[in-house]
Write a protein that binds this ligand. Structure first.
Ligand SMILES: [Zn+2]
Length: 609
């Protein structure tokens, strides 16, 4: 796979590619423009032709050609690959995530589901379903236009209607099984229809192919059965990724840079009908990390519109935490108890638009709930309120937002902010102790370890990693030195280091990285080095020398910093022991040493920008 992406990148000129979307202007050694991914007046979006990369210093996004089209066209990697292969004139004959023959099989499965959908539609509009189902859907407030647009249908009561229809059209039982449409009869070789006497809501992929169904028990049907059943996991339908309504919502989601998430399929249609087309539903599962990743491609904000009952509120809380953790902006829509979105939509579209427009931030919403459910006149009540709010604070990564949330909490329960900060800190500690030791560092999040070491040592490390990135010769040289000086484990706290070591002096490390956040970190660091004032306007050879010199200085400084840090840590430990033993004299000595060590500055004095 890497060879195909490498070939495509080699053939495509990144400046030409980006120029088809954005007006680029040459500026020194790079090109710049106003960023297409965030609003700005002066350009901070940079493109570097030599390294085939782009980066925006305003919003922090960056990467290669793939990252660019994925971001601007809202594609996944596979789709970006197909698009860019076409632009570069590279054929992808060997690129198959499946075995030969499976592509044809997939196409047949799509055709099968398309035909099944037509069958169900016909049953709804002309067959048995007509009276009772259409009446029900219209009664829920759906228009015929919406029912047609979302291609709702009816699976008739009986064991073999769909099965016999599709077999008569030339599909095999095996294919029907592969799409999850039929089930094997226990203890015999026969099969029967999975969906019987149900309202069928087709689930589409982003291209509009039917990949599965969410099926609601027919009104007046067998209510002892589950209200909703979904297509099981198949080659086409992955429930942790699928979102009901995405195909019809994606354009509006991009435009609004925001997604409304509801619980039910009918709610989705009701909202679309009211003109709120950036709406999807999770069908049959709690909101997953994968779904949020997909949603985030279209915009940074989600609005949760869940039922007000216990289950709905619990799901809202969980989904909000998950979304906050992914650094999305999260707000909550509330309704009078006992009503759902479709009920309001039926009353009036205007009312529904108003309700959705009046969402409150998740932080405020949950704070309100907490305040209402605890007796804040007592110390215990306050303590419980803080305790409950902490799980939400834990997932807010942005320190400013977190400080705001603490301030709000302090105001709401009438306590001193510093006191709460203290409580929050100790609760964090308690919780992380309860959750066991932190998992081993996975090379994925460049920001996770931001506070593990001193700021300065981190800056030095990042500069060195950037130098290793832009200059493959320096990369190998530094890698050896880092190991010799025992700094390896510190460098490993930066996930890019792993990829640099992996790529040796050959491949472009950017090609090995899939994580978009890490890609942006790479391009940010590289631009920093490529455009640093020291190397502007010098020859390639001179540049290499300058970089080498920089690397030497930075590494020496870093060595001093890290040794100092280690010394301080062991002093801290000794101090704790002395305090425990109540050894005042030893404590004084150690404190003096601590001050001395921590105020020492490295003698090489290299400046880090
Ligand atoms: Zn930007």
């Amino acid at each position: 796979m890497n060879t195909a992406t490498e070939e495509i990148k080699g053939r495509l000129n990144i400046v030409e590619l980006i120029s088809t979307y954005v007006r680029l202007e040459k500026s020194g050694t790079h090109y710049k423009a106003c960023c297409p991914f965030h609003q700005e007046r002066s350009p901070s979006f940079m493109v570097n032709e030599e390294k085939n990369m782009w980066h925006c210093f305003g919003c922090g996004k960056g990467g290669d050609a793939f990252a660019f089209v994925m971001e601007i066209d809202g594609l996944d990697f596979r789709e970006a690959l197909v698009l860019l292969a076409e632009k570069a004139g590279v054929e992808l004959p060997t690129y198959r995530e499946t075995e030969p023959g499976q592509k044809e099989n997939k196409d047949r499965l799509f055709a099968l589901l398309e035909l099944a959908t037509k069958f169900y539609e016909k049953q709804l509009w002309q067959g048995n379903g007509k009276a009772k189902i259409l009446y029900y859907l219209r009664d829920r407030g759906l228009t015929d236009e919406s029912i047609t647009k979302f291609r709702l249908g009816y699976a008739p009561d009986g064991w073999r209607h769909l099965l016999e229809f599709l077999i008569s059209k030339g599909f095999t039982e095996k294919e029907l099984e592969q799409t999850g449409m039929i089930l094997k009869r226990e203890g015999s070789s026969g099969h029967y229809d999975r969906f019987r006497d149900r309202i069928m809501f087709p689930i589409f992929d982003i291209f509009g192919h039917v990949i599965g169904y969410s099926a609601r028990v027919a009104p007046g049907g067998d209510e002892t059965q589950a209200k909703y059943i979904n297509t099981p996991e198949t080659a086409l339908y992955h429930k942790s990724r699928a979102l009901y309504g995405l195909f019809h919502a994606k354009q509006a989601m991009k435009q609004a840079a925001m997604t409304v998430i509801v619980e039910g399929n009918i709610d989705v249609i009701a909202l679309h009908q009211a003109g709120i087309e950036h709406t999807v539903a999770v069908s049959g599962t709690a909101l997953t990390d994968e779904q949020l990743t997909l949603i985030k491609r279209y915009g940074k904000e989600v609005r949760l519109f869940f039922d007000m009952d216990g289950a709905g509120q619990k799901a809202a809380r969980k989904s909000a935490e998950l979304a906050l953790e992914k650094e999305l902006l999260v707000s909550i829509v509330t309704l009078p108890f006992g009503k759902d979105a479709a009920d309001v939509g039926k009353e009036s579209g205007e009312k529904l638009r108003q309700v959705v427009g009046e969402a409150t931030t998740a932080q405020n919403y949950f704070l309100d709930t907490i305040v209402k459910t605890h007796d804040l006149t007592t110390a215990t009540g306050k303590r419980q309120a803080v305790d409950e709010y902490v799980s939400l604070l834990r997932v807010i990564k942005n320190p400013i937002e977190r400080a705001e949330a603490i301030k709000d909490l302090a105001r709401a329960i009438d306590m001193d902010e510093r006191l709460i900060t203290g409580m929050v800190k100790s609760l964090f500690l308690e919780q992380s102790r309860r959750d066991g030791p932190a998992p081993l560092r996975a090379p994925e999040d460049p920001f996770r370890d931001k506070h593990a070491f001193g700021k300065r040592s981190e800056l030095l490390r990042d500069e060195l990693i950037a130098l290793m990135y832009v200059d493959p010769v320096l990369r190998q040289d530094l890698q050896k030195k880092i190991m010799m000086q025992g700094l390896q484990s510190f460098f490993e706290t930066h996930p890019l280091f792993f990829f640099l070591v992996q790529s040796g002096d050959g491949a472009d490390p950017l090609a090995l990285i899939e994580d978009q956040k890490l890609k942006s970190e790479v391009t940010r660091l590289s631009f920093h080095v490529l455009e640093s004032p020291e190397v502007l306007g010098v020859t390639q050879e001179e540049r290499k020398d300058i970089w080498q010199d920089m690397a030497k200085r930075y590494l020496a400084d870093l060595y001093t910093e890290v040794t100092k840090r280690e010394k301080l840590l062991s002093l801290e430990k000794a101090l704790d022991e002395a305090r425990e033993k109540n050894d005042k004299k030893r404590e004084q000595e150690l404190l003096a040493e601590f001050v001395l060590v921590s105020s020492a500055t490295p003698d090489t004095g290299g400046e880090v920008v």
